[in-house]
Design a protein around this ligand. Structure first.
Ligand code: SF4
Length: 506
């Protein structure tokens, strides 16, 4: 690699290219991060995950985690000119002799997330999150081979995968893996690295009190704004199981929303592990706190579409229909957003199976025997109040029997006709060396469940995209492309069902 003609920026922050693309909606981001090499690279780079604009040589929008690190470094005394956030393709423009640290974030660096292992099993090929993370590492390696000397610190939601695979991390040229939240410790750790101190290969950030989380100073990818962090419900397979849920104050949330709007990102995504638990202490919900916060966010001048992600089934049960309608009214007020989707982690209709797998926390304060009723009620009531419930199901939980799968099939059958989408995913244990559930483990019942679920998806997902694109003002070419690509993918999945299980109908 040629010697750079610039001195470089001391601290460079980047992420794998799936996180650094320019998506109009949260749905687009979710769709892109599950794609495999079955989608040609040029289609992926130009259309599904289009390049991020870089006005003035810096990413116009950046993943929330990188924005928080940038804000924490500035708060703790680093010169803003000493920090640059760029896409991996732009690393050559900012990494030079003065560069001391490159922070590299990824959501799924080794392709071990449950949704993604399922996509690889079903679609074949290699995940783009994995390929593009490796590409970013290779780019950094070439820069180092060219004589530059900087530390590579990998972090982000998928950092646990690298901590569990030290040899792979080493082979990728990663010097340190950063686990946990970074705001409290990043300035100190980066400062020590820059002073030449030798630190452990795995660094762990300490929890930060919500009041000490620094406000972001620029827009985020998909307008992501954090409203709560952690969960603490204790599910055995989840990295957030032991992280108690804390909530950011409405004032801080409004400031982060305003930073997005000011930076040209009027469609925002309010992120938490359970929207409906906002403002509560423990698992008992506090609807007025949520409604007040949403009203404050809706009051930010220039806000367009407000997207959300997860809600917990046990929290839905504690909201009245009128309160759910009020939530939806505030989310969509003044926008063309009709189909407000929410992610519901049902995982299985068998409450005893969830409990046996340490997932009983999901059901609290209700009883495991209530779980099928709670799942059905939550989906029906949300749909009745105008939401689109998006249920996730986990296949192959340890101890799962044919009867458990049949119970889940019954649940899905009872939901037929509802405007809902349902994603079955394969169980993938967090512990290193444990074998994930795979295609070879699929029984006839699993296939039937898959086909039933995808009947919902084939029917409702195109409209969901069309609605969300319209509400966010996505460019016409993208709307057309996504609809056309969706039709092709639907045919591919239908063929797969026929090839693998001999039929298309459940
Ligand atoms: S409820 Fe969801 S986020 Fe919370 S611990 Fe369980 S799986 Fe994780």
């Amino acid at each position: 690699m040629a010697t750079p003609t610039h001195n470089g920026i001391p601290i460079v922050l980047t992420a794998d290219r799936t996180l650094m693309a320019h998506y109009p909606t949260l749905l687009d981001g979710m769709m892109a991060t599950i794609q495999t090499s079955g989608v040609p690279a040029v289609v992926m780079r130009r259309l599904l995950a289009p390049p991020m604009p870089h006005p003035g040589g810096r990413a116009a929008r950046a993943p929330l985690g990188l924005r928080r690190i940038e804000a924490a470094l500035r708060r703790d005394g680093f010169d803003p000119r000493a920090i640059a956030i760029v896409s991996p393709e732009r690393l050559d423009e900012v990494v030079g002799p003065r560069t001391r640290i490159v922070g590299l974030s990824s959501g799924d660096p080794l392709g071990r997330g449950m949704t993604n292992t399922t996509m690889v099993a079903m679609s074949g090929g290699r995940l783009y999150t994995r390929t593009w993370f490796a590409d970013a590492c290779a780019r950094l390696r070439r820069l180092r081979d060219g004589g530059l000397d900087f530390h590579v610190v990998a972090g982000g939601p998928g950092a646990w995968q690298l901590a569990n695979a030290p040899a792979t991390a080493d082979a990728r040229g990663i010097d340190h893996v950063f686990l946990g939240y970074a705001e409290r410790d990043v300035a100190d750790l980066f400062g020590r690295l820059m002073d030449g101190e030798v630190l452990d290969p795995v660094l762990v950030g300490r929890r930060t009190a919500p009041g000490d989380i620094p406000p972001i100073e620029g827009p985020t990818g998909m307008g992501v704004v954090e409203i709560s962090r952690g969960c603490g419900r204790g599910c055995g397979f989840c990295t957030l199981a032991g992280e108690p849920m804390v909530h950011l104050g409405a004032e801080r949330i409004v400031a982060d929303v305003a930073a997005n709007v000011r930076g040209g990102c009027p469609s925002i995504s309010l992120i938490s592990e359970d929207l409906l638990r906002y403002g509560s202490d423990g698992t008992t919900v506090d609807p007025p706190a949520l409604l007040d916060m949403l009203a404050a966010v809706r009051g930010v001048q220039g806000v367009r579409m407000i997207q959300v992600d997860h809600v917990n089934i046990a929290s839905v049960e504690q909201f009245s229909d009128e309160q759910l309608r009020q939530v939806r009214r505030l989310l969509r007020a003044g926008s063309a957003h009709e189909q407000v989707w929410v992610n519901l982690g049902a995982e299985s209709a068998a409450g005893d199976l969830l409990t046996a797998n340490g997932l009983g926390g999901k059901i609290r304060p209700f009883d495991a025997s209530d779980w099928p009723r709670l799942c059905e009620n939550a989906a029906r009531r949300l749909a009745g109040c105008g939401f689109v419930p998006m249920l996730s199901l986990i296949l192959g939980l340890p101890g799962e029997t044919g009867a458990h799968v049949e119970q889940t099939i019954d649940l899905v059958r009872r939901l037929e006709g509802l405007r809902a989408v349902i994603f079955p995913i394969f169980h993938a244990p967090l512990a290193p060396g444990c074998r994930p559930f795979g295609l070879d483990d699929m029984t006839a019942s699993h296939w039937r469940l898959f086909r039933l679920a995808y009947r919902f998806n084939f029917r409702w997902i195109p409209g969901l995209f069309a609605d969300n694109h319209r509400a966010a003002g996505a460019p016409w070419w993208r709307r057309l492309f996504v609809q056309a690509a969706g039709r092709i993918q639907k045919r591919q999945w239908q063929l797969k069902f026929i090839r693998r299980s001999g039929r298309l109908r459940p």
